[in-house]
Write a protein that binds this ligand. Structure first.
Ligand code: UD1
Length: 793
């Protein structure tokens, strides 16, 4: 309705007068208008209880809702006879709230406007800050009935004719605002306000500045000379500086933001002073020296890094590995470690033989049964895989940084480790769909564990390769934690944290055993549990023959009801750089032993790995007589391909099962302050310690009866890429490629899937591809569409 005091509802009566900025300014200062509309949720309209003659209709049923004019807001009931308290939004309140006759009420039902015709019987004005009225509507004669209308808007259906200089606010709202001098559009009218003075103000949202800033423009002829209703635009000629003035709302907002920023800064300062105290307590304050040199942003970088480091954990871990001479493990008591008892061996030829038989329901042997069971687990969405890809790959890349998974293996098509793994995942998903006859293709979550050192480049590498055709949502990146590196030598009894630059602490990923904690704190294990996952295969990124999501391994672990499945191969020589899986008879206290979840750990042996860096020479070379002749006593090589039940993996994320730290002694380039100078130190012998957790330290937390070892053929499943290629060096890209190629030669020949005529052929083909025959092929040739499968089945 036309009015002079208002909330932007009803018509604006523009009073054109000569106004100047001097007059406008005080207006801005006291401009603290609240909208009349309280924003209270609309109560639901309860038609059943309404005995009045009112009818409710949806907007689409009302012929011309555009002709409605809002005249008031029904704020509450009054008394016990159904009177309603209405806030006025009209310049003609007597006409609207006193004169009996037809009115409309608009409320919302399930988010949609609903219009209801009502009849006004009488009304009277009440005092108060806001202009408001008490009205009585026909049929609404009790509080109960009247309360149905609270929160609704009172409407009239006819608009009074306006003078030339009067406009309805709803007509102005949404109009474009044009600078008359340049024709440039600067924004849109959001609303119209009046502060009680003579001048109405247009609230304009700027569209020409990025922030969508709001400005207030006095609705006076000098500043708004043209209101073009037809073209839905106003032309303005603002005095200098007007557009730069922000709305009071904005400045309020800004004030709140400044306050919030100040609060955050204060919190940061407090946290940082906590960090300083901690550094003082652990004797590492030298890493703050950068704060007195360099640029502000360099110093800022240091502060934010220090705030992210868990110095308590660092200190605990360092204490755990000290003194170094004892804890490198070289002196470990070899008599407490014994080779594991007998365990089964998997045999892929058995699967292939079964697939060649006419009878597809054939039972086969153990491996075939595990294989089928595993494919069913995959089809049922019960499995996930984790690739350990947080290592820095220093042996491979020397001092530079390297994303191992991205290394080109020198195969046709320039395939990398990650690509081969993605392809195997696609193939095994396909295999599972075909063998189990599920209608939708299984989708196995692939968790990529990265670290600060590898995260950005790994993600970029996946993006660049469009995830090799995998569903993006099945690949989850989880970043493991890092810890500061420190010096081997001590100063005043302290191993000192090393600095990469004066403003950056040298850090390293905390070892692949950091996985459990990362999965837990980042909510990944919970997410897997929500999906119904039961088993998770965890493998090292650098094995070119790894069977990703190996159905045999899953089926085997499930059949054995295992907490942990461990794949082993026979160690080739005493000096091969692999850990060996053993039983540890050492009487040791295991953290969490009291927990009812874990059996008592006293004299009973536990599984563990004697890592190649820890095993004594005599254990390494010890031999024993076996059915196959004399062999190394400790020969069950750990190839870092394991399966964990999700329930066990989740327990390992709990604080009481924290894995111990091991020291990795390395060359670490760093800077140090000599006098006033920063000097770079490039070591020519190992000078630093990285603190690492090992994944296999988790083995001891399981009852041995729930650990299931599975021997696999090394030439089929183990081709590690650890070192830079050089003559006579083992475990390089070249040795891995040779192993892959010779396996491909031993496997049956492939016939591209689409030429296959029977599902049995397709399945066999896929299985052979999965085992390693696909390395130089385009795997799209093996993948079959749903239509093709349904035609065959
Ligand atoms: C601790 C461990 O597992 N040792 C095994 C690892 O030794 P090895 O010493 O070769 O272990 P690596 O340093 O290569 O790490 C193994 C895997 O863990 C990843 N990684 C490493 C550190 C880290 O902080 N984050 C991370 O994700 C690496 O990227 C790699 O995928 O593989 C050998 C087989 O090849 C096994 O015989 C060893 O028992």
């Amino acid at each position: 309705d036309p009015h002079s005091k208002g909330s932007g509802l009803g018509a604006l009566k523009a009073r054109f007068h000569s106004s100047s900025l001097a007059l406008i300014r005080p207006l801005f200062c006291r401009f603290q208008l609240k909208k009349f509309v309280s924003g209270r949720p609309f109560p639901r309209l309860n038609l059943k209880n309404t005995t009045c003659s009112a009818t409710a209709v949806l907007e689409s049923d009302v012929k011309d809702t555009g002709s409605f004019v809002e005249v008031g807001y029904i704020a509450s009931t009054h008394g016990v006879h159904g009177e309603l308290h209405v806030y006025s939004r009209t310049d003609f309140p007597e006409e609207r709230f006193q004169k009996p006759g037809k009115r409309w009420v608009r409320s919302k039902r399930m988010g949609k406007p609903v219009y209801q015709e009502v009849e006004l019987l009488e009304g009277r004005e009440v005092g108060g800050k806001r202009p408001s009225w008490l009205i009585t509507l026909k049929g609404f004669n009790s509080v109960e009935k009247a309360s149905d209308l609270v929160g609704s808007t009172l409407l009239v259906s006819e608009r009074p004719t306006l003078n030339d200089d009067e406009y309805y606010i709803p007509d102005l709202v949404g109009m474009a605002v044009i600078l008359q001098k340049t024709g440039e559009e600067i924004g849109t009218i959001l609303d119209v306000y009046n502060t009680g003075g003579d001048t109405d103000l247009l609230q304009v949202e700027r569209t020409d500045v990025a922030s969508g800033q709001k400005v207030w423009i006095p609705f006076v002829t000098q500043i708004v000379p043209v209101v073009d209703q037809k073209r839905r635009r106003v032309e303005i000629d603002p005095p200098a500086g007007l557009l730069e003035l922000n709305s009071p709302g904005e400045s309020k907002h800004e004030k709140a933001k400044l306050k919030k920023d100040a609060k955050e800064k204060r919190k940061l300062r407090e946290r940082f002073s906590g960090v300083k105290k901690k550094l003082m307590a652990i004797g590492q304050t030298h890493i703050l020296e950068g704060l007195s040199t360099g640029t502000e942003s360099q110093q800022q970088e240091l502060v934010s890094q220090l705030l992210r480091i868990d110095f308590s954990l660092f200190h605990r871990a360092l204490k755990h590995v000290l003194p170094l001479s004892e804890s490198t493990g070289r002196e470990r008591d070899e008599f407490s470690w014994k080779p594991p008892l007998n365990f089964p061996c998997s045999d892929w030829q058995e699967i292939d033989a079964c697939l060649q038989q006419e009878d597809t329901e054939t039972d086969g042997g153990d491996t075939f049964r595990w294989w089928k069971g595993g494919l069913q687990l995959i089809a049922d969405g019960r499995v996930a895989v984790v690739v350990l890809a947080g290592g820095e790959g220093t042996r491979l890349a020397g001092k530079g940084l390297c994303v191992k998974g991205a290394i080109d293996l020198g195969l046709a098509g320039g395939k990398s480790l990650f690509q081969l793994q993605a392809e195997r995942l696609l193939i095994v998903q396909e295999l599972s769909r075909m063998v189990t006859n599920v209608t939708t293709k299984p989708c196995i979550p692939w968790i990529v564990m990265t670290s600060d050192a590898t995260d950005a480049s790994t993600r970029a590498y996946f993006e660049d390769n469009e995830f090799w055709g995998l569903d993006r949502s099945q690949v989850w990146f989880v970043k493991q934690a890092s810890l500061p590196c420190c010096s081997i030598e001590t100063i005043e009894g302290q191993h000192r944290i090393l600095l990469e630059t004066p403003w950056k602490v040298a850090q390293a990923p905390n070892g692949n055993g950091g996985l459990f904690n990362s999965l837990s704190v980042q909510g990944t294990s919970d997410r897997l549990a929500d999906l119904g996952v039961e088993y998770v295969q965890v493998y090292a990124v650098d094995n070119a023959l790894v069977r990703v999501a190996d159905p045999v391994f899953f089926g085997y672990a499930k059949e054995r009801g295992a907490d942990i499945g461990i794949k082993v191969v026979t160690k080739t020589s005493a000096d091969e750089a692999v850990g060996v899986v053993c039983m540890n008879y050492e009487r040791a206290e295991v953290q969490g032993a009291e927990s009812s979840d874990f059996p008592e750990y006293t004299d009973s042996p536990r599984y563990g790995v004697l890592e190649y860096s820890m095993i004594t020479d005599s254990s390494k070379h010890a031999t024993e007589e076996t059915e196959q002749g004399r062999q190394l006593k400790f020969r069950a090589a750990h190839i870092c391909v394991n399966v964990f039940s999700l329930s066990f993996l989740r327990k390992l994320g709990e604080p009481e099962f924290e894995l111990e730290y091991h020291p990795a002694v390395k060359h670490i380039k760093h800077v140090t302050k000599q006098g006033e100078e920063w000097v770079e130190v490039i070591p020519n012998r190992p000078n630093g310690i990285k603190l690492e957790r090992f994944i296999f330290d988790a083995f001891k937390y399981s009852d041995p009866s729930k650990v299931a070892l599975l021997e696999v053929a090394r030439e089929e499943e183990f081709a590690p890429v650890k070192n830079a290629p050089a003559a006579g060096v083992a475990d390089t890209v070249d040795t891995a490629r040779c192993l892959m190629k010779s396996l491909t030669k031993r496997l049956p020949p492939l016939t591209p899937s689409k030429t296959g005529t029977q599902i049995r052929h397709l399945v066999r083909n896929l299985n052979v591809a999965y085992m390693g025959a696909h390395i130089e092929e385009n795997i799209r040739d093996f993948l079959v569409t749903s239509d093709e499968v349904s035609q065959l089945t």
